[in-house]
Each structure stands twice: as C-alpha cells, then as structure tokens.
Design a protein around this ligand. Structure first.
Ligand code: ADP
Ligand code: ADP
Length: 224
C-alpha cells in the first residue's frame, strides 16, 4: 500500500513556482525514479517528501501521519529514524574515517562505538568498499565515496531512501555500479527509494519512472 503520499503540493521561492499541484504516491519497497528537465521541480519535490522543505500548500502523508502537520522537531526526529539520504557531493565528514562516517548515524542515535562500527563495517562490505574502512574521504575515489555514502544512508535501516542525482558526479561505469549496489541493498532491506535523476540509464534501475514538468507530476510509466 501507500507509504508516502504527496497531494497537490505548491512551493514558490521567487517569481516562478517550483511546484504547482504536484501529487505522487510511493509504495513500501518500490524504487521510483523522478525524472524531468533541469529546473522542473524534482529536487524541490524530493525535499518536500523528505520533510526538509515545507510546501506552501498541499499535504504529505507518511505511514498514516500527516508530515505537513508535524512540528519541525517531530519532522526532524522522523527523518533521522525513518529516512536515509544520498546526494551528489560532499556528504561525508572529511575528518572521520569511512567506517566512522558510516557509524555516525548509529552513534548519534546512542549506539556504542564498538557495535556501531561493527555494523558499519558490514555495510561497507555489502557495498564492496570494506578496503577503504580506515581511510578518510579525501583519500578515496568518487565512486568509493558514493558507495560509503550509500552504506551510511542505509545503516539505520530507513524505510525510505532519498537519492538526489547520486551518481551525477561519476562516470557511467562507476555510476551503474553504484546504482546496482544501491538498488540491491535497498531491495534487501525493503527500503523504498525516491531517486531524482535526469539520466535514463540511471532511471532504468527503478521499478517506476515519473516525470516532473513545470512543477507537476506529468505522467507515470511502469518499467518492471
Ligand atoms: P530540478 O531539481 O528539477 O532541477 P529544482 O527543484 O531544483 O528543480 O528547482 C525548481 C525551481 O525552483 C527552479 O526554478 C529553481 O531555480 C527554483 N529553486 C529551487 N530551490 C530554490 C531555492 N532554495 N531558492 C530559490 N529558488 C529555488
Ligand atoms: P539540480 O541538479 O537538482 O537541478 P540545482 O542546481 O537546481 O540542482 O539546485 C541545487 C540546490 O540549490 C537545491 O537544493 C535547490 O533547492 C537549490 N537551488 C536551486 N535553484 C536555486 C536558486 N535559484 N536559488 C537558491 N537555491 C537554489
């Protein structure tokens, strides 16, 4: 059934609206690619769904709760427990090793160092980057960094993973490798994925593609 639903979202930053009447439903465990031209509102839609940006109008419902009616504190708490995030760049803490980066969300949730780092190490192995566990982000490649970021986003077992151009900074070979690992790991854990991309070969890893144009969800097509 529906896990995350957006109904008629409006969001305006300046003279032109970023979203105008955007509606979308994400079901538990499905991988949805959000496509569309640059400036069409994809990132804004993702940020609204993730509870990072509050829409001017419309409602977002997550797991039976109206996200748009929650206080900022309650939405932040929900983001930490239920959502994971992967972005294009600069998400790892440069002073921490890779295993410490992946363990960080668990440490922030109060887990002890030893067990947090043990689970983090398992996730690095799952993303096939256990060899960089002791290195800092400045010492590894972009593709390795994105795999570490994916490990960190899933270590808390989120129900929804939000990914905004997660392979945008990678060459196509590394991008496909990261997408394969990301979608396999998400399917294993049952996390739904909301993937913003403008690349068809990245969207090909999804179960369903939706197209955003002029701040609205234009059409949907079942891929698999
Ligand atoms: P996309 O992800 O499809 O490229 P965005 O959601 O980033 O689209 O942007 C949609 C529109 O909203 C664009 O015109 C963009 O310039 C504008 N916009 C997005 N975020 C902001 C912001 N924080 N401040 C001002 N304008 C913004
Ligand atoms: P994308 O690759 O998703 O299109 P953008 O470069 O449009 O990314 O936007 C990157 C970030 O900057 C987004 O978080 C967006 O909300 C913000 N942003 C986009 N346009 C503007 C703008 N005109 N003014 C301020 N922030 C913006």
């Amino acid at each position: 059934g529906a896990l995350l639903t957006a109904e008629r979202l409006d969001k305006t930053y300046g003279p032109t609206p970023a979203l105008s009447g955007a509606s979308l439903t994400i079901r538990a465990g499905e991988v949805v690619a959000v496509m569309g031209p640059s400036g069409s509102g994809k990132s804004t839609l993702l940020h609204c769904l993730a509870g990072i940006v509050r829409p001017d109008a419309g409602t977002i419902t997550y797991d039976g709760r109206e996200l748009t009616a929650l206080s900022d504190g309650a939405r932040s708490a929900l983001r930490r427990t239920d959502f994971g995030f992967v972005f294009q760049f600069g998400q790892l803490v440069p002073e921490l090793t890779c295993v410490e980066n992946v363990a960080l969300p668990l440490r922030l949730a109060g887990e002890r160092r030893r067990s947090a780092e043990a689970r983090a190490a398992e996730w690095l192995a799952r993303l096939e980057v256990d060899d960089v566990a002791g290195k800092r982000p400045g010492e590894i490649s972009g593709g390795q960094g994105q795999r570490v970021a994916v490990a960190r986003s899933l270590v808390t077992a989120p129900r929804v993973l939000f990914a905004d151009e997660p392979t945008g900074a990678l060459d196509s070979l590394n991008g496909e490798k990261v997408m394969g690992l990301l979608t396999d790991a998400a399917r294993d854990t049952g996390a739904a994925v909301v993937l913003v991309t403008h690349e068809a070969r990245v969207a090909a890893y999804s179960d369903r593609e939706i197209v955003v144009r002029d701040g609205r969800v234009r059409d949907t097509a079942v891929v698999a």
